[in-house]
Design a protein around this ligand. Structure first.
Ligand SMILES: [Mn+2]
Length: 322
């Protein structure tokens, strides 16, 4: 296991390779897909063969990122993962196929498990796209409008459209540079932050209706069961926006979203306000993530998952009062 300090060193590693497979995380978001497809386009522009692979279906709203990147036929010789903190997050298919074979991890999660032979992690980057953009530049590749769209998508989606505390001057500079390079920022923001599917609107309604206030209103919690998915016609891929809702309530320090997976276990997403460290809280329950946004998995059924979560939150608030 080697730690790579600079984007140029990561680029040097990629320059020597061909037949490159890029893995994105399961239940893919704008950052992992923006990274994956932008890096793939840059590598192909160098005459290399490259593909992007995802264990799960890619939601239709990301169609523009994939346009023109048809799958090439080759045996992967070098495997890189982008925006993936842990092989568990690759999703079932790619975890089984590749978990012990990953050569390079390009990431921004402080919780990165160093599962790859070489790893570059910039925990100050708001999005892995910030790191991938630097790698693409070090590869000597032009940032085409398509690449700019991918990087811009990663920057905007991981920052809630540049509203979260992870935004730095560099994030905004890079976003400006992507617009200069031809990113269609207004159209991307509309698709990512305004347009709702009918099933998402129904899901949001159910979630707000069942939101509970806990721990003297310092926590707000939304619970999404499989019944709610069935009833609204939505699924896990539509949950990203939901996780932001509980923290929006005035006075709430920890926003919690619990969603039931098809196997009956629960995925928990925490969104916190400063100074509460969501990643530290989640790490106590076997998960991880970022300071203000983190997650973990808890074993079902709901009563069991809730019990574990409540105990950890109680311990946390008790320790705050000491
Ligand atoms: Mn990310």
């Amino acid at each position: 296991m080697t730690i790579i300090e600079t984007p140029s060193a990561a680029a040097e590693l990629l320059k020597k390779q061909d037949n490159i497979l890029i893995l994105v995380h399961g239940h893919p978001d704008g950052d992992t897909l923006g990274c994956g497809y932008s890096l793939c386009r840059a590598l192909r522009a160098m005459g290399k063969k490259a593909n992007v692979s995802c264990s799960d279906e890619i939601p239709h709203k990301f169609d523009y990122l994939l346009k023109g990147v048809d799958e090439q036929s080759f045996e992967p010789e070098f495997i890189t993962a982008v925006d993936v903190a842990d092989t568990k997050l690759l999703g079932k298919k790619n975890e089984e196929l590749f978990k012990d074979r990953i050569d390079l991890s390009i990431d921004h999660h402080p919780s990165n498990k160093f599962f790859a032979k070489s790893t570059i992690v910039d925990a100050k980057a708001a999005a892995a796209s910030e790191v991938v953009l630097q790698v693409i530049r070090e590869l000597g590749q032009e940032v085409t409008p398509e690449i700019a769209n991918g990087i811009y998508t990663g920057l905007s989606t991981d920052t809630g459209c540049f509203r979260y505390s992870n935004v730095t001057p560099r994030t905004l500079r890079m976003a400006a540079e992507m617009i200069e390079a031809g990113a269609d920022n207004a159209a991307i923001n509309t698709v990512m932050f305004e347009t709702k599917t009918k099933s998402y609107a129904a899901l949001e309604r159910e979630c707000l209706a069942n939101m509970q206030m806990l721990f003297d209103d310092r926590c707000a919690m939304i619970t999404i069961t499989q019944d709610i998915f069935d009833k609204t016609g939505s699924d896990e891929s539509e949950c990203d926006g939901i996780a932001a809702l509980p923290r929006q309530v005035e006075g709430v320090l920890i926003g919690i979203t619990m969603r039931e997976k098809p196997d009956g276990n629960f995925k928990v997403s925490l969104r916190t306000h400063a100074p509460i460290d969501a990643s530290e809280l989640c790490s106590k329950m076997g998960g991880g993530g970022h300071a203000r946004a983190a997650g973990c998995q808890l074993e079902g059924p709901l009563e069991n998952a809730r019990k574990v979560l409540m105990k950890n939150l109680k311990d946390f608030f008790d320790s705050e009062n000491e």
